[in-house]
Design a protein around this ligand. Sequence first.
Ligand code: SF4
Length: 354
Amino acid sequence: MDLSQSMHVLTWEVTKACQLHCRHCRARAIPHRNSGELSVGEIGAVLDDMAEKLSFKPIIVFTGGDPSERDDLDQILEASISRGFITSISPSVTPRITDELVHHWAEMGVRAISLSIDGPNPEIHDRFRGVKGTFERSLQVAHAVVESGMSLQLNTSVGRFTIEGLEQMGELAKALQVSSWEVFFVIPMGRANLKSSLDAQEIERVLEYLADYQGKVGFRVTAVGAPHYVRVQHEGGYTGDQPPRQIVREARGFAFIDHLGEVYPSGYLPLSGGNVRERSIVDIYRESELFTSLRDPHRFAGGCGACDYSVACGGSRARAYAVFGDPLAPDPGCILSGAELPSQTVARIATLRP
Ligand code: SF4
């Protein structure tokens, strides 16, 4: 698949409403729905546009906020499934997510459910998610998903508050029979800040652990927000002599639509390439200046532009933007990028670190 022509994954925030209070929340979720959310009809029109123009249909992940806050979620899912998109949901684990609802989604044809579990015990997870009891209920929902026949994807945010439990988390992923374990490196945006994020050395160590762990388990282990995973895998010999493939990252195989129709390179990079109410999402993805610049390694500054892995990796454009205000800046989360944090930022980190 040519990643400049089509996304591999489209994440779609259908609402910002959510009843959890996660420390790192990218969306800065709110308790109530916004009256300006895209309607089912508007969502259907975007899906028609993609079905017509794309030779490869992306996997669509409906997220939020909490997508189950929408009482028309079934219609949204039906619109996607009936047009042949591989459809998955990333719900928040609240009392609304019953075993019956999970089985209902499976019967509708939903292929996968993504659940967030950030630590191997309630102390880490519930503290991070802001609501007691979420950990235990997440385990129950995870079992229901596997029992229903859908694929279970486990998402784990790794940052200052969760790093201590990461290896046990990997064991929990195995015990829960996940299809994939996606480790999200906290980007300092939304409710997350530099206090929550890891530095380049810490990220390197986590990536080495993930590359090693990937070789020991039968499910996919991926890193989100750290495309230099591809470098760590290659340098560590985990990929043999094969040259690294381009990893999916912001604007390259990936796009994000928010509840108002703005199209972003990622949910963690708050720069819009356009709005689906005004322009085709396919045109925004293929032709907008923002999206094309983020796919062009010659435009990257510092170490990322000069790096042997600039094509395969290219760095997290979201972290570059969050720290430097420039999505083409070097990724300060990589030890090779040569990115020097601004002195004000260094001083601020020093005051934040425990
Ligand atoms: S310097 Fe940039 S392009 Fe090179 S491996 Fe690090 S993040 Fe990737």
